[in-house]
Design a protein around this ligand. Structure first.
Ligand SMILES: C[S@@+](CC[C@H](N)C(=O)[O-])C[C@H]1O[C@@H](n2cnc3c(N)ncnc32)[C@H](O)[C@@H]1O
Length: 416
């Protein structure tokens, strides 16, 4: 029998779902399996898997409402049903296409069961929730750390499409872009479009006037003092913050241990015509010849703050991964502290909503380094202000009427 159109994309989506959930791979690594697909199929596979991660507990609830015995989490039937329902709830795929591409995926398996559950749910007219639950372990963690209102805001955020944020090299280009496109600017050198669309087709992409960067991700570099001449961007790739710093005229050293991510950093610098000294090294082994006026550590982390665009992080960031990231962060902070000259600044950031990677990290650092003190993290964004401790804690729900921003923790420390 000929396979229905779109089947390769669904097979690849099944692979991605399985690789992330069972093997703990990143979406990027998992998508490697789809590399041989046509571009449109690959994009579709990623979109389907992404929607499944966005609504997994909601989808599982629907499946469980239709089976007498709970299907095991890793059963093929559940995986296929998850993908099918993700298309219904998140992508408005027509029912006939959903059924036609789901059933061949369980050939030789529980086809009748899948057909029955899927057919029943599709006929019942299911609709996406505006506040789909997050994985229970994440809700428990975030409720304990930030309270139930933040969990409710996170549920709303994961259901919505995040806006597209751009960072600009020049204020004039930013103003002209906003005037031409109707984009809003929530900070200097920032423009926000409500719909992402085709980024490469936007005005100014070819000329390198801007790069894509969530508003929250643009805040750490804004805390590097204007007067700092030599700046080390310690975990730099793919270079969003390096470009901000270079555009401001700092003399930037961009260090990262990942060659493939540095290739993207180089391409970004080339497209934008900005310059930095690139160092491919492990920060735990490298050391500079002389101290810097400022060091920015945009540290590797669990990345749970990016759950709106990368909902799969909520499944990958298990407690062991968070603990491992926190241990690395402590080592990076400890090492980089010695590279900050007297009176210099150390800016620390993580796109994480886990206090172990943010607040607890800086508390522990300050307890051991009496030569550093916190400086208030003031940024030029209405509605974003430092906490009583002086750092920035960006949570779901903040700037909610404007489309929100990624979860982040950012602190600026000054050396005596
Ligand atoms: C959060 S990302 C950085 C994002 C980047 N600052 C930006 O704005 O585009 C963290 C980076 O840390 C790098 N990294 C992880 N461990 C490292 C280490 N021991 N030494 C140097 N870089 C490391 C990773 O390769 C990754 O590119």
């Amino acid at each position: 029998m000929p396979s229905p159109d779109g089947l390769p994309a669904r097979r690849a989506a099944l692979n991605i779902l399985d690789s992330v959930l069972r093997r703990g791979l990143t979406m990027e690594a998992a998508a490697g399996a789809a590399a041989s697909l046509a571009d449109s199929d690959r994009r579709l596979a990623l979109a389907i898997a992404g929607e499944a991660f966005r609504r997994l507990p909601e989808i599982d609830g629907l499946i469980d409402s239709r089976t007498r015995q709970r299907l095991p989490d890793d059963s093929k039937a559940r995986m296929v049903l998850r993908l099918a329902l993700a298309q219904k709830l998140g992508l408005a795929t027509p029912d006939h296409a959903i059924v036609a591409t789901a059933l061949p995926l369980v050939d030789g398996g529980p086809r009748r069961l899948v057909h029955g559950v899927l057919g029943g749910l599709l006929r019942s007219g299911i609709a996406p929730s505006a506040e789909p639950p997050l994985p229970p372990a994440v809700e428990q963690r975030w409720s304990a750390a930030w309270g139930d209102a933040v969990v409710a805001a996170a549920r709303r955020s994961i259901a919505a499409r995040p806006p597209l944020d751009l960072s600009f090299k020049s204020a004039d280009d930013c103003t002209a872009f906003c005037a031409a496109t109707g984009a809003r600017s929530l900070a200097p050198l920032h423009a926000r479009l409500d719909e992402a669309g085709n980024v490469a087709a936007l005005d100014g992409f070819d000329t390198g006037s801007w790069w894509v960067q969530d508003l929250a991700a643009s805040l750490p570099a804004r805390l590097v003092p204007e007067g700092a001449r030599q700046v080390l961007d310690l975990a730099a790739a793919p270079g969003g913050k390096t470009m901000q710093l270079a555009a401001r005229g700092h003399d930037v050293t961009a260090l990262d241990r990942s060659q493939s991510r540095l290739t993207r950093l180089r391409a970004n610098l080339e497209r934008t015509g900005l310059a930095a000294t690139i160092v491919a090294a492990d920060a735990l082994a490298w050391k500079p010849d002389s101290p810097f006026d400022a060091v920015l550590i945009d540290s590797p982390c669990s990345a749970t703050g990016t759950f709106r665009r990368h909902p799969e992080v909520l499944y990958r960031a298990r407690p062991a991964i968070i603990a491992e990231a926190a241990a690395l962060q402590a080592r990076l902070l400890d090492r980089a502290a010695g590279w900050v000259g007297p009176g210099g600044s150390l800016v620390y950031s993580v796109c994480s909503l886990e206090p172990e990677e943010g607040e607890r990290q800086i508390e522990a650092f300050l307890a051991g380094r009496r030569d550093f003190r916190l400086a208030p993290a003031q940024v030029p964004v209405a509605g974003i202000a430092p906490t009583g401790d002086g750092w920035l804690r960006i949570l779901p729900g903040m700037l909610g009427d404007e489309g929100g921003l990624d979860g982040f923790f950012i602190a600026r420390l000054v050396r005596a």
